[in-house]
Design a protein around this ligand. Structure first.
Ligand code: FEO
Length: 399
């Protein structure tokens, strides 16, 4: 059974919630689940915009059929081929053999490659329009947000942008579907974690997409995951604009590895010095406990980063090494970096963090602190000095 959820006279929300899957893309913790959003336009012609993850097909099809009864689906719009949205395509094509599958030039080989579908494919390019009756859809490729074939479509009558992964969020839709009928604040951190980990690498393509979409009169943003945005459109667009320009705010994220507590003691002292120097927003994470996705999300938010690691077999602690590799892979910009580390027989961690910071183009703040054995009075003071230096450098941006 399905109780209809409508975006407009013709547009229905037919997405599903996933509270069972532990890891999105088998990598990213779904602490609060995720929704796979799909939309149906019930007009003279019937169009479905994206499908859902394969395991939800039966539940999703029930929604489709509750709305359209025995009418056939005329169009399937493929905004994005990642299987969390495309997986039901083959089943749907078998049920509705005359259904046209709409994608752009880059979508077509993926449809054949993934699902062996060669017939009834309809290629669209920038600005093409499909009339459905009262409603119409125009198509706008936004390559690399998040895959090469990623595309959005815009429904003119309701002013709805079907934005695929763009403007999406982790978190299930627990009763409410629209931002103005829920506690939207609850989604803000999950929206940034989703953006930073899934799309964050592609800041330039996101900027191009935002520029392209700025000409549309947006009354609703209907993404492929998370809330449908009606009330917070300007705010959500502005946030994505800031994130994709790597614009950060005052605050410090401290990510540390520590095997026996010596490196942890160093960052505790540094954090206190930052606080005493007047910086309030400090987030501290043990990289062996907190999943990297939460750390990456906060690196997107805060200008200051402090990284600390013991030397482990002449390398960084493996979990810190994974974080460094991820930061390099994603090309994070515009950060201030403070560095600490400890060792017992030969130090390497501080040098490696310094090299990583340089390779990222980050500004190294203060003097890196490297402690042999446990913390002595001299290095204790250096940890304080590093914290003060970070705070003072952050305050420069207030001017
Ligand atoms: Fe939600 Fe890039 O797929």
């Amino acid at each position: 059974m399905y109780k209809e959820i409508k975006l407009s006279d013709e547009i229905f929300f037919i997405g599903v919630n996933d509270r069972r899957t532990a890891l999105f893309e088998n990598m990213w913790p779904l602490t609060r689940g995720v929704s796979y959003n799909s939309y149906l336009i019930n007009d003279e012609k019937i169009a479905i915009i994206d499908t859902i993850e394969a395991g939800f097909f039966e539940k999703w099809l029930d929604k489709v059929r509750t709305i359209i009864k025995d009418r056939p689906v005329d169009y399937l719009i493929v905004n994005h081929m990642e299987p969390d949205h495309s997986a039901a395509m083959r089943f749907l094509a078998e049920l509705y053999p005359y259904m046209k599958i709409i994608g752009n030039r880059k979508t077509m080989p993926m449809i054949e490659g993934y699902y062996g579908i060669k017939n009834n494919l309809m290629e669209v390019k920038e600005g093409d329009v499909v009339e459905l009756g009262n409603t119409s859809l125009s198509f706008h490729p936004i390559p690399m947000v998040h895959w090469p074939e990623s595309m959005v479509c815009y429904e003119q009558k309701s002013g709805t942008l079907f934005s695929t992964d763009a403007f999406g969020s982790y978190g299930t839709l627990d009763g409410a579907v629209f931002d103005d009928e829920m506690d939207f604040e609850y989604f803000r951190d999950e929206m940034r974690r989703y953006y930073s980990n899934i799309v964050g690498k592609y800041g330039n393509p996101v900027q191009k997409a935002l520029s392209k979409l700025s000409g549309l009169d947006l009354k609703m943003i209907a993404p492929a995951h998370g809330p449908v945005i009606r009330e917070n459109i300007a705010d959500v667009v502005a946030r994505h604009d800031r994130w994709s320009r790597h614009e950060t705010e005052e605050g410090v994220i401290i990510a540390y590895a520590s095997m026996y507590g010596n490196t942890e003691e160093m960052v505790e002292i540094t954090a206190r010095a930052i606080t005493e120097s007047g910086i309030k927003k400090i987030r501290m994470y043990d990289v062996s406990k907190t999943h990297i996705s939460y750390i990456i999300s906060d690196v997107f938010k805060y200008r200051g980063v402090i990284m600390a690691s013991p030397t482990y077999s002449n390398e960084l602690h493996p979990n810190m090494e994974a974080l460094v590799m991820k930061l390099q892979h994603m090309g994070f910009k515009n950060h201030l970096l403070g560095i600490l580390g400890s060792f017992t027989w030969a130090g390497a961690a501080v040098r490696k963090l310094y090299e990583a910071g340089k390779s990222l183009g980050w500004e190294i703040v203060g003097e890196p602190v490297e402690q042999k054995y446990s913390l002595d009075a001299d290095k204790y003071q250096q940890c304080i000095n590093l914290g003060k230096a970070m705070a003072e450098r952050l305050k420069d941006f207030r001017k």
